[in-house]
Design a protein around this ligand. Sequence first.
Ligand SMILES: *Cc1c(COP(=O)(O)O)cnc(C)c1O
Length: 355
Amino acid sequence: MKKYNFNPGPSILPQSTIEQTAQAILDFNGIGLSLMEISHRSKDFQAVVNEAVDLFKELLSIPDGYSVLFLGGGASLQFCMVPYNLMEKKSAYLNTGVWANKALKEAKLFGEAVEVASSKEANYTYIPKNYSIPVDADYFHITTNNTIYGTEIHTDIDSPVPLIADMSSDILSRPMDVSKYGLIYGGAQKNLAPAGVTFVIIKEALLGKVSRPIPTMLDYRTHLKEGSLFNTPPVVPIYGALQTLRWLKSLGGLKVMEKMNLEKAALLYDEIERNKLFKGTVAVEDRSLMNICFVMDEAYKELEEEFYKFASERGMIGIKGHRSVGGFRASTYNALPKESVIALVDCMKEFEKKH
Ligand SMILES: *Cc1c(COP(=O)(O)O)cnc(C)c1O
């Protein structure tokens, strides 16, 4: 049976990323050795890092003065590295969910980390607006896409202090203005590569301003100086990231990707609104293009398990909602083909006919 992969993360990757990476694991660049058994400092692998950095810069139109790093530790280590490197006394956080909270918790270890606004009281079903960012904070931290709740900040917001963004689950899903950010980071396993690598886009001028000593491995300057090769980096995931970046470029770049993402999301959100059995869970203007959450309408609550089974029998994978939201979540990352969304919509229509 055909599988439609709506997993929230690790999640679907372009078929070409999987095939090219599998090929390189068997025989890298025709050298008769696996990608996994060569030096990360070899000329062939250096070329992989260079091309991945260049494509990242090209696709996102990253301005001069910024560097792209590939590190270990996941987005979760960035929760700590960001304040370690950038927060002298005070920082500000927008609380839009579990991941934002985890980031805030780490910052509190380094000084006064303030929550400027939160949508916790409504189980994070919207993005807070009309808050004010303290101008004496060293930075303002946001989570652009809230993977669990299905909300997303769709624009590059203005901030009077350096803007730091966790973009784990929506990086490269739309063109953006990187110059509005001081630092962007994320785990690769949602929209870019196999798990194990973390991307960091950093404005170099922000570094070197805090007075505390920073352990070598946690200091961005270490990795900047060594071009992400201070120690052995996650070689296979970086290779996977390069293949996804090539795929994005071959499709026509992020404007094309954004159009495809808007189309896919509209198909599913329209069906959620039309279908009497289902309803959405978040404020319409904040609906995520990457993680689409929905529940059974009150009148049909008892059908939840039945729909889950019905959809699973038709090849839908990974659509169970996060336990803190319930219901369903379809993750529609870049690599998810439109036909998968159509298959899920058909499934919802068919289920409605039965009831
Ligand atoms: C998945 C996720 C994380 C955690 O990433 P790890 O790489 O597992 O540390 C952090 N933030 C967001 C928004 C996520 O979706």
